[in-house]
Design a binder for this molecule. Structure first.
Ligand code: DGY
Length: 331
């Protein structure tokens, strides 16, 4: 009898078919967000699970699902998966890096530009029928070209954003990352490493791209916002919780920074009610990687990993983007 796997959210039909060629597959066609108990119930007897960035895979779930051997996510961020707990139980975990880098960087740059140039705010004004005359400073924002781009988190996506800013828009790039990039990469991106507080002080446009962890929780809060220029913008495409949304809403309301662009939120899909009230913020529902080709590539990479982790497919035994590949080695 073939092994059984669960696809925890609705995905593309061809992705389901690829898994059906090898496994008995349970899907979630209504695309329900299952409570944890329901996810555990559906995982009974399953050897693998295809997840997104939303399903919580923690020690409790692992203890309740002893047959589980592989957790393969179509997201690059894996803060929803307790990696040490999976490793301790020899459950293979994979994420989906690289395939979404350029698409996510496109979006981060677009959100930063929409924020700087007040695109949402002015569109809402127009839709409300309030546009009756031209005025010299109507929705005058700040320039992106030639400005200073601050990047917090200079991984693959941060570097792709920096490249757009430096090479496409003549921006000066300053960044903070735990590890400084090699000199050759800094030269190519025209980027300079600074202490975090100095990035906050110098940036005209701050873009946040750090992974979420206990260490990055509220990386930007009241104190950090106070360091920023009053004319600066902040764009968060990282994870909710990296920015203190309540502190940000206050800073926006009091015009202590000019504007923000947010694709991720603390407690999403909930959004802090004060963020919904302030006009100088562009809000999008966690769609930075959402181009159809990229979402397909992310889902297919998760399938490649799941097939390989469960001992089949072209990468049999060697999931291409495993986070804990050692669990597959013989003990
Ligand atoms: C990711 O891949 O981490 C994106 O944020 C989608 O969850």
């Amino acid at each position: 009898m073939s092994q059984a796997v669960l696809i925890a959210r609705r995905v593309f039909p061809e992705v389901v078919e690829r898994l059906r060629e090898h496994f008995t597959v349970e899907t979630n066609e209504p695309d329900e967000v299952w409570p944890q108990a329901e996810l555990i119930r559906r995982l009974q007897g399953k050897a693998g699970v295809f997840v997104t960035g939303s399903e919580l895979i923690d020690a409790t779930l692992l203890a309740a699902c002893p047959d589980l051997k592989a957790v393969c996510s179509m997201a690059v961020g894996y803060n929803n998966i307790d990696l040490p707990a999976c490793t301790a139980r020899r459950v293979l975990v994979s994420n989906a890096p690289d395939v979404l880098t350029e698409t996510t960087a496109d979006f981060g740059f677009a959100l930063m530009m929409a924020t700087a140039r007040r695109i949402s705010e002015s569109e809402h004004f127009l839709r409300r029928g309030e546009w009756t005359k031209w005025s010299v400073d109507m929705f005058a924002g700040s320039d992106v070209h030639g400005a200073t781009l601050g990047v917090l988190g200079m991984g693959r996506i941060g570097q792709a954003i920096a490249r757009r800013g430096a090479l496409g828009f003549g921006m000066k790039v300053v960044y903070h990352n735990r590890t400084k990039l090699d000199d050759s990469i800094e030269v190519a991106l025209r980027a300079r490493w600074l202490a975090k507080d100095d990035v906050l002080r110098e940036a005209d446009h701050l873009v946040i791209v750090v992974p979420y962890s206990a260490a990055s929780h509220h990386l930007v809060g009241e104190a950090e916002l106070a360091l920023m220029k009053q004319t600066a913008t902040l764009t968060n495409i990282a994870r909710g919780g990296v920015v203190d949304d309540a502190a940000l809403a206050r800073a926006l309301r009091e015009r202590r920074i000019a504007a923000a662009g947010l694709d991720v939120f603390e407690g999403e899909p909930g959004v802090h009610p004060e963020l919904l009230q302030v006009p100088n913020v562009v809000l999008t529902p966690h769609i930075a990687s959402a181009s159809l080709p990229t979402r397909r590539a992310m889902a297919n990479l998760a399938v490649d990993n799941l097939l390989a982790a469960l001992g089949t497919g072209p990468h049999k035994g060697k999931p291409p983007t495993a986070l804990n590949p050692a669990v597959l080695s013989p003990t």
